[in-house]
Design a protein. Structure first.
Length: 159
């Protein structure tokens, strides 16, 4: 129970950052810290989903990214009998290389690429608050706007 309370305090206390662009998103966290993302455009909602994911699961997403890229042993070492190193080598040899990933991304419809970019912008905004996103390099200092609600904390982002 102590861990759940600590996680709740960390999640509810997460700040919000705003970017100018395609709409407004509201991230409301219920008493359990579960994010509820509501946006006035699809891109705003994707931004909010990325933001919420990064604030909740930054370490997990970094681990998954490193696993997919064959770079997991960089953070955990080679493992017993070099198991992690062998898994990394297998991932780099047997699965998609960056050129394949780029080709698949470029084959997506523009709408999907815009949503993926908005999601990435939201994720990066939560991960690196002082780093400008591709969407808005002119506004490199994010603005915070939060207002508490009875069920938790409400966060509004202009994205």
């Amino acid at each position: 129970m102590m861990y759940a309370t600590l996680a709740f305090l960390v999640l509810v206390g997460a700040p919000a950052f705003a970017l100018t662009g395609a709409g407004t998103v509201t991230i409301t966290r219920d008493p359990f810290g579960i994010p509820h993302v509501v946006g006035d455009t699809r891109e705003a909602m994707a931004f909010g989903a990325g933001y919420a994911l990064a604030t909740d699961r930054l370490f997990e997403t970094d681990v998954i990214r490193r696993l997919a890229q064959g770079r997991f042993s960089e953070i955990v070492g080679a493992g017993d009998n070099d198991a992690t190193l062998i898994a990394d080598e297998t991932m780099r040899r047997e699965f998609y290389d960056p050129a394949d990933i780029d080709a698949q991304y470029n084959a997506l419809p523009d709408e999907i690429r815009r949503l993926l970019q908005a999601f990435t912008d939201g994720f990066n905004t939560a991960s690196w608050p002082s780093r400008p996103t591709r969407r808005s390099r002119a506004s490199s200092s994010p603005r915070s706007a939060t207002s508490p609600t009875p069920g938790g904390r409400r966060t509004r982002c202009r994205c």
